[in-house]
Write a protein that binds this ligand. Sequence first.
Ligand code: FES
Ligand code: FES
Length: 180
Amino acid sequence: MEVALLRRIACTVNGVQREAEVEPRQLLVYFLRETLGLTGTNVGCDTSSCGACTVLVDGKSVKSCTMLAVQADGTAITTIEGLASDGQLHPLQEAFRQHHALQCGYCTPGMIMAGLGLINEGADMSDEAVRLGLEGNLCRCTGYQNIVKAIQDAAGKLRGASAPASAGTGTGTAGMQGGS
Ligand code: FES
Ligand code: FES
């Protein structure tokens, strides 16, 4: 007797519509890495402690080892592979490069996606607030200082550039983008 254990899900990943049959127990991080082959999202702990697996789900940062793939049905997901375009690094990736905000790089995809989540939600960009916002993301190499600087720098550029066209950062946080 054959039992159908798979569930069909459909979601948008980095702007591309994807559909797949997944086991109900499959974690989103393994759906991204193993089913879709998007291995830029790392697994550091599998227990929701390190943040290496952070992606954006409907614009909000989520540790993808804490979410089932079936829960992502109908969502729009952005992974680190979805940031650069036309051969150009995303401003946050460029800021990480300029500020030397990585060493081994293992935490970096998760740090960048978590940082982008903070920028998207209009978070305060003071040192303290950025550090608090990154409390779920661990780095064993850098000491965090340059990661904070990179996110603050990119926030200034992204918020400044998007002010006329994009919603979401206009109220409550105007004037707080400088941080440093
Ligand atoms: S692998 Fe998801 S938090 Fe560590
Ligand atoms: S750069 Fe190595 S863990 Fe962050």
